[in-house]
Every structure is written in C-alpha cells, then in structure tokens.
Design a protein around this ligand. Structure first.
Ligand code: R5P
Length: 309
C-alpha cells in the first residue's frame, strides 16, 4: 500500500510541502467547475493506495468542503485502500451546539458529509472544539500547533508578559501556551454581539502592565482580538503579540488592528494568506507536523503524538 498525497484547491502550497516532507509528489488531479457552479474532481489511478487528501476548509468554506467530499469519493471509487482527509483548519467547527432553538449543528453536518463520502479517518489541527472528535463517526487525529507557535514567540515574551485568553472558550488553549512558556494566564469576558462585533467587558486576573500574548484558535473578522487588545491596553498593557493557529484569509482581521499596539500576529500556514512585506502576520509551517502524522498513520516508524495537556 503506497502513501499518496492528493491536494484540493484550498492550500496547494501546504499540500506540496507536506508531500515533499513525506518523500512523495502530489498525485495528479483535475478540479473544475461546471457553468452552473458545481465542482468536479478527478484523480489519477490510486488502486490499493493509502491516500491522504489535504484540504483545509477555509473560505469559501462550502466550496472547499464539497470539493473535499468529491475528492474523497473519487479516491474511494478509484479503489484506493484507505482515504484520510487532512483538514488542518476545519470549517463549521464553531457550529458545535445549538445556541438558539431551531438552529442546525453545522459541525455534525460537515462531519457526516465527509463520512458518507467514504473517508476513513480525519486529521485536524487545533480544532475549534475538542467535541469535534466525539461528534465524528470516523477516527480523528487532533494535532496542535501550540508548541510551534509558542517557540516562535518565546524570545519576545519578557518577564512581564501575561497570556490572555480573549474569551472563556480559549482558556484551555491559553493554559497550553502557559505550560509551554511558563507564564501566567488571564481571561477576558467576551460577549458576541453579531458575526463581526464582540464586546470585551472584564479581565479576570492580573495583567501586570507589560506585554500581553493574546492566544486563540482562529482569527476570522478580527473582532475578538481587537476587543481583547483594546481592553488589555485600557488596563495598562503596552504591547501585544497575537498567536492564533488559523488566520482566515478573507476576514480582513489585521486591518482592524492598525491603531492598536499589536507587534506581531503569529500563525501557521494552515490557510493561505497574502503576506504583506513589513506586515504584522508571520507564518510558521505545519507541514512537518502534518507529514510526521501522515507517516505514522501510514505505518512508518514514529512516535505517538504528545497528549494534550
Ligand atoms: C470563538 O469562539 C473563536 O475561538 C474565535 O475567538 C472567534 O471565532 C474569532 O472570530 P473573530 O475574529 O471573527 O472574532
């Protein structure tokens, strides 16, 4: 059973780097769109192969999700032996519960779509919620970029640095950064007003007045980071660094930070972003992390992943 890597259209740069780190090349495939907007996928022969389809489902989320399902189906119908979807950023993961009567649960629908297309296993990096694994009917490998991003900011973290969780949901993630960097954690109380606006009202913990490392799993519109940064600066913090595993390319997030003392936004290449020279966004590649997991799942000798703290 040969290890093969297929790329969807959402992040061919990452997929190519992952294939290279697995000592293979991307499988030839054709992805096209019919005049009515339907996507179509066709892959080269993969009979008996162990196939890894790399496709983060960032914006446009629906196109990338359906394309992933079509690629999985194409591999399955092409008689590959096993199909693993590598979805470093898993769109719809924020819809993990019903906040209001009558709502759908998007995370469950997205997972069921992939399972029904024939996926055998999923690989996800810093999923918005650990519940995603429990919701999935196929096994899921949950990876984390926190040690990678913590290393990237280690030198910038002076003695007076505190780690800031911009909402309660980010508190566990902040504890993971705290364990990597031996720094204290404070938590911001956030209320979401709309898809793009949030209100940060109080800080629980001692900010100290030095630097704040605001951590989150993702930046979409930038509203959460903007509100947290304004609040901590109002409380005496002088400079801010942001670490987020996923920065959505369409969110316009960093434009909202322009009048704030945000020195750097450190993220991964889970999603493609146009990097502006001299801009604040700094990318660190997860290709080696993903490739090591693929090799382990394929059966190559390797270590088990470290358990999440
Ligand atoms: C929310 O629960 C997430 O962890 C992020 O804080 C949020 O989704 C970021 O979105 P935005 O950048 O639009 O505030």
């Amino acid at each position: 059973m040969s290890l093969r890597v297929v790329s969807g259209s959402s992040n061919t740069g990452l997929a190519g780097a992952v294939a290279g780190a697995c000592d293979t090349e991307l499988v030839d495939c054709e992805l096209s769109t019919f005049p009515d907007g339907e996507r179509r996928a066709r892959v080269a022969p993969l009979v008996g192969d162990d196939v890894f389809v790399v496709q983060p489902t960032g914006p446009p989320v629906n196109d990338h999700l359906i394309e992933l399902a079509l690629l999985v189906d194409a591999c399955r119908r092409g008689r590959s032996d096993r199909v693993t979807a590598v979805v470093p950023y898993f769109g719809y993961a924020r819809q993990d519960r019903r906040d209001h009567p009558g709502e759908s649960i998007g995370a469950r629908v997205a997972l069921d779509l992939l399972a029904s297309a024939g996926v055998d296993r999923l690989v996800v990096v810093d999923a918005h919620t650990p519940t995603l694994e429990a919701m999935s009917s196929v096994p899921m490998e949950m990876l984390t970029a926190v040690p990678l991003l913590a290393d990237a900011v280690r030198d910038a973290c002076r003695a007076a640095t505190v780690i800031v969780a911009p909402d309660l949901g980010a508190a566990k993630l902040a504890e993971h950064y705290a364990a990597c960097l031996s720094l204290p954690v404070v938590v911001v109380r956030k209320q979401r007003l709309s898809g793009s606006e949030v209100r940060a009202s109080t800080v629980v913990g001692d900010l100290g007045g030095g630097m704040a490392l605001i951590v989150d799993d993702m930046v979409s519109t930038g509203g959460t980071i903007e509100a947290a940064a304004r609040l901590v600066c109002d409380h005496g913090v002088r400079s801010v660094v942001v670490a987020a595993s996923h920065v959505l390319p369409s969110g316009g997030g960093s434009a909202r930070f322009e009048d704030l003392p945000i020195e750097r936004v450190v993220t991964t290449d889970s999603l493609p972003h146009p990097l502006v020279p001299g801009g604040t966004i700094e990318e660190h590649s997860i290709a080696d992390l993903v490739a090591a997991t693929i090799r382990r799942l394929h059966g190559a000798p390797g270590q088990l992943p470290a358990p999440h703290p």
